[in-house]
Design a protein around this ligand. Structure first.
Ligand code: CP
Ligand code: NVA
Length: 301
C-alpha cells in the first residue's frame, strides 16, 4: 500500500489488516503507552472544505505518533490562488513525508499521488470518505465482535459516504443495502463494482426494504459540503429518508446506528434515535483517531 485514496484500490485483506492495527493502537493509547514510530517526520494536511473531526483527529494523531502536522487551508496557500495540484505535490514532497487532503474532485487526490513522491491520504472527496469508513468498520467490529455476515443499511443520499460504505463494506464481508431516491444514486463505478457481489448488495428507494433485518443503520446529511445551493430541492427529495423510531422497528432489535457527523437532527435522523445511539455514534467519531493513526503508520513508518 503506497497511498490511501479509495477502497476500489484496496483488498479486503489490506482493510482488515489496517483495522487490526487500529485496534492495537487504540489499546496502546488507552494504556497511556507512548508510541512514536513517525518521530522527526512531517505531514501536510490540505483542506479545501471545512472540518472538525478530520482536522482534529489527524492533527492529534500525527502528533501522538511523533510527527509534526501542518494545517494548510487552501484559502491560505497558493493552491487557493490557482497553483496546480501537480506543482503543489512536487513542492510539498520536498518538505514533508506525507500529505492528507480534503477536497472536491477525487481526481485531485489521484493527481497529488501521481505527481508527489510521498504517501497521500484521502480525507474526503465528493466521491469517497474512506477514513470515515475505516472508523465505522472499527466501531461495528468493536460493538458486534465481527464484520463478516452483518447487514449494513444506508438511508439517504448516494454520496461519498454511501460510495465508501458500499465498496469498503462489501470488501470486508458486510451485506450492504442502500435506500435513496433514484436521482441520488451512488456513483456508477461503485454500482458496477457492487455487481460483483450478487446477493450481498441491494439498491432500493424503499427505506423499510433496506432496513429490514439490518445490524447497522447508517445515514448522512441530505446536502453535503459544496451542495449548499441545492439544500431546498434536496430537503424535498429526501423528506422520507430518515432514520427514526418507526424505521428502527424494521431493523434487528439490537441494531446499531451510525452517523459520520455532523448531523442534522430532525432531517436525516430523529433526535430520539440519535440520542439513544449516541454512545455508538461518538465511539465512531473517536475511532477516526485510531483508524487514521493506523493508516499513517502503515504508509509512513
Ligand atoms: N465526519 C467528518 O469527516 O467530519 P468533519 O467534516 O468534521 O471532518
Ligand atoms: N457527505 C458529507 C460528509 C461529511 C463528513 C459531506 O461530504 O459533506
Amino acid at each position: 500500500m503506497k497511498h490511501f485514496l479509495k477502497f476500489l484500490d484496496m483488498s479486503g485483506e489490506e482493510i482488515t489488516e489496517l483495522l487490526d492495527l487500529a485496534g492495537e493502537l487504540k489499546k496502546k493509547q488507552k494504556a497511556g503507552e507512548v508510541y512514536q514510530p513517525l518521530k522527526g517526520k512531517s505531514v501536510a494536511m490540505i483542506f479545501r472544505k471545512s472540518s472538525t473531526r478530520t482536522r482534529v483527529s489527524f492533527e492529534v494523531g500525527i502528533a501522538q505518533l511523533g510527527a509534526t502536522p501542518l494545517f494548510l487551508s487552501s484559502a491560505d496557500i497558493q493552491l487557493g490562488r490557482g497553483e496546480s495540484i501537480a506543482d503543489t505535490a512536487r513542492v510539498l514532497s520536498r518538505y514533508v513525508d506525507g500529505i492528507m487532503i480534503r477536497t472536491f474532485d477525487q481526481q485531485e487526490v489521484e493527481d497529488l499521488a501521481q505527481y508527489g513522491t510521498v504517501p497521500v491520504i484521502n480525507g474526503l472527496t465528493d466521491f469517497s470518505h474512506p477514513c470515515q469508513v475505516m472508523a465505522d468498520l472499527q466501531t461495528i467490529k468493536e460493538h458486534k465482535g465481527r464484520l463478516n455476515g452483518l447487514k449494513l443499511a444506508f438511508i439517504g443520499d448516494g454520496n461519498n459516504m454511501a460510495n465508501a460504505l458500499i465498496v469498503g463494506g462489501l470488501k470486508v464481508g458486510l451485506s450492504v443495502s442502500i435506500a435513496c431516491p433514484k436521482a441520488y444514486s451512488p456513483d456508477p463505478a461503485v454500482l458496477e463494482f457492487a455487481k460483483g457481489y450478487p446477493g450481498k448488495f441491494t439498491l432500493t428507494e424503499d427505506i423499510f426494504e433496506a432496513a429490514a433485518g439490518a445490524d447497522v443503520l447508517y445515514t448522512d446529511v441530505w446536502a453535503s459540503m459544496g451542495q449548499e445551493s441545492e439544500r431546498e430541492a434536496r430537503a424535498k427529495a429526501f423528506q422520507a429518508y430518515q432514520i427514526n423510531e418507526a424505521l428502527m422497528r424494521a431493523a434487528k432489535p439490537d441494531a446499531m446506528v451510525l452517523h459520520c457527523l455532523p448531523a442534522h437532527k430532525g432531517e436525516e435522523i430523529s433526535e430520539g434515535v440519535f440520542e439513544a445511539h449516541a454512545q455508538e455514534i461518538f465511539d465512531e467519531a473517536e475511532n477516526r483517531l485510531h483508524a487514521q493513526k493506523a493508516i499513517l503508520v502503515k504508509l509512513m513508518a
